[in-house]
Design a protein around this ligand. Sequence first.
Ligand code: IYR
Length: 219
Amino acid sequence: MTPNIPYYRPFIPPQEMEQQTAQYYAFMNQRRTLRHFSDAPVPLEVMKNIILTASSAPSGAHKQPWTFCLIGNSAIKKQIKEAAEAEEYLNYHGRMTEEWLKDLEPFGTDWHKPFLEIAPWLVVVFKRIYETDNNGKKHNNYYVNESVGIATGFLLAAIHQAGLVALTHTPSPMNFLTKVLNRPDNERPFLLIPVGYAADDAAVPQLRRKSFEEAAVVY
Ligand code: IYR
């Protein structure tokens, strides 16, 4: 077993904590999913910090079953945009139900995905189903969806903290990302996340978030 090391966090009195958590909530509650990006550059160093934050997430047996592909290359972004639009065209023209299309109306989405070329960075999150050891033996990872979902949550929080915006984009099916990015057999695309500054004229739908009583039950 690996030896344990001491862990310390300073004591925060409950009153101070109440203020601190209220402030953090107010800050996080300003995060919005954006579809309108500026093409203004964002330094690679910033993206590295954001991805390291994501990669600090807890994971099943600490297997860290994720790979974050960071794409700034215009030719690859173009390839991804074209492949995503080809799939989405089919989705919006028959593969999605009437009910689904109606549910998406407030968001004004369609098969066009210009942001995949405009945003300075695309982060493609891959989940790693298994790892291969030095003898070529495969070992399944644990709670992969939960782990990668949590890491993606950390990623979105770090993007927001940077003053940037993101879109949790789910082109469907997503296997074209495996091909375009030449990913190995143990990886599956999980989410495609354009990251950048919000466009000057960016707008978001007016949404209401669940109240505490709607979101939670206290026992
Ligand atoms: N993947 C499609 C459709 C779509 C589905 C849901 I659920 C959304 O919240 C938004 C879009 C697209 O990207 O347009």
